[in-house]
Design a protein around this ligand. Structure first.
Ligand SMILES: [Zn+2]
Length: 178
């Protein structure tokens, strides 16, 4: 959560953890002492990326579930949904030591089976196509800051190779703190 005078908004990052982009995002968050929420893809939680997640927790960040393999979960059976969720929560809880609370559906695609089957709080948010690696840093900065508003949840992506979002974040945070 970021406090802008009396205003608050939440920064969230989807599709990580990734060795490079997540590391860069964490360095920036640490510099400003701003916690964020990371919605993690379970298959990316490996011995290589776990130290980054431990750092995130030590900075006060929340770790959420974003499925195991990032499918469109509306196409899955209830059993397959549970496998996606449970393995990811297990990997997260090995790091946090606490029950996982939040879930962001891949592609924000939701159906009734998912709501019945997934015992987590579903979290949406406002974002731009910052997962498109061709999108310029400038467009990311203006796109995200245009979406900023009191009480909003902003969505960005810390997937591997998406260094432009980390670059943009370095410029976005000072603009939001004004
Ligand atoms: Zn995603």
């Amino acid at each position: 959560m970021m406090k802008m005078k009396r205003k608050i908004l939440a920064l969230t990052f989807d599709d990580g953890p990734s060795p490079d982009t997540t590391a860069d995002v964490l360095d920036i968050l640490a510099e400003y002492r701003i916690p964020a929420t990371f919605f993690l893809v379970g298959q990316n939680i490996t011995p290589d990326t776990e130290p980054l997640l431990r750092k995130a927790v030590s900075l006060g960040c929340e770790l959420g579930n974003h499925s195991f393999s990032h499918p469109d979960m509306t196409a899955l059976s209830p059993y397959e949904m549970s496998v996606e969720i449970d393995e990811t929560s297990k990997r997260i809880e090995r790091i946090t030591g606490k029950p996982t609370r939040f879930f962001r559906p891949p592609y924000i695609a939701v159906n009734e089976d998912m709501i019945r089957q997934i015992p987590l709080t579903f979290i949406g948010g406002y974002g731009i196509n910052d997962y498109d690696q061709n999108l310029s840093v400038e467009a990311r900065v203006s796109g995200i800051t245009d979406l900023a508003a009191d009480g909003r949840i902003l969505v960005m992506h810390d997937s591997e190779g998406n260094s432009r979002t980390a670059e943009a974040l370095r410029r976005i945070i000072p603009l939001l703190l004004v």
